[in-house]
Design a binder for this molecule. Structure first.
Ligand code: NAD
Length: 251
């Protein structure tokens, strides 16, 4: 059963599929109204939205690399949902390949979505959150932010920047009642990596290195995200929370 209706709307970028779609559904299950900000403007596309949750899920067209589109989508979402209570900065873009051959434009394309996008969404959300008395920004980082990963320079650098943005905004906006948290998942099977993670050699290499013994699931990340919005623990702000089955701390 979906829980009681909550005040204000949570905007989720890149909610058409993957971790964004799972998080949007989990938030709706827990009683939040969720604005799915996606490039197609069609809301959650990967899975059917259960009928009972449909009234709590709205769709707005938004490309996080286009700041006018971000401003318009957030303002529209806030109006439709009785104010903006929070944002999940989830949209992300990943490329891999040898660093010696990485084109500048490809490097910049990753930063444009993963770094500039996160900053612009937070900046445009700020006045709307203030108007709502504060709120919560959850950024979707990655455990690659603290690893040296061959062929992943652009992505790892972008996620390290997300951690830095999280800390800076947390400090700057703490007095305004805005909490900023960076969720940094490990290997979670989604469209972003399904082909890569299905390769037998990759699984043979990876699974023994994850103490929990398996990949993570989108629902696990979604539950963590939802708890953060539910609990609103303002004293825990600026932190990066790793959820990687203990992979990066294993000795
Ligand atoms: P995904 O490719 O399934 O989803 C990414 C989403 O972002 C898609 O809906 C895509 O359309 C959207 N998107 C991309 N560019 C956009 C733009 N310019 N404007 C609006 N939306 C845009 O991948 P995912 O695994 O669900 O990734 C979601 C987030 O989680 C990303 O930030 C990713 O870096 C992060 N992450 C994923 C994993 C993992 O293992 N899957 C691990 C750590 C972090």
């Amino acid at each position: 059963m979906a829980k009681r209706k909550r005040q204000g709307i949570i905007a989720v970028t890149g909610a058409s599929r993957g971790l964004g779609a799972s998080s949007a559904l989990e938030l709706a299950r827990r009683g939040f109204t969720v604005a799915c900000l996606t490039r197609a403007g069609k809301g959650i596309e990967e899975v059917p939205v259960p009928k009972r949750l449909a009234p709590r899920i709205i769709a707005e067209r938004c490309d996080v690399t286009d700041e006018r589109s971000v401003a318009r989508a957030l303002a529209a979402a806030a109006q439709r949902g009785g104010g903006l209570a929070g944002v999940l900065n989830n949209a992300g873009y990943h490329i891999r390949g040898p660093s010696a051959e990485l084109a500048t434009e490809d490097f910049e394309a990753v930063q444009r979505t993963n770094v500039t996008g996160v900053f612009v969404v937070a900046r445009e959300a700020y006045p709307l959150l203030l108007a709502n008395g504060g709120g919560m920004i959850v950024n979707m980082g990655s455990f690659f932010d603290r690893l040296g990963v061959p062929q992943n320079l652009a992505y790892a650098a972008s996620k390290a920047a997300v951690g830095a943005i999280t800390r800076c905004l947390a400090v700057e906006w703490a007095a305004q009642g805005i909490t900023v948290i960076n969720v940094a998942p490990g290997y979670i099977e989604t469209n972003l990596n399904r082909e890569f993670l299905s390769r037998p050699a990759v699984r043979e290499y990876l699974l023994p290195r994850i103490p929990v013994g398996r990949l993570g699931t989108p629902r696990e990340v979604a539950r963590l995200v939802a708890v953060l919005f539910e609990e609103k623990l303002h004293y825990m702000t600026g932190e990066t929370i790793y959820m990687d089955g203990a992979q990066t701390i294993a000795h």
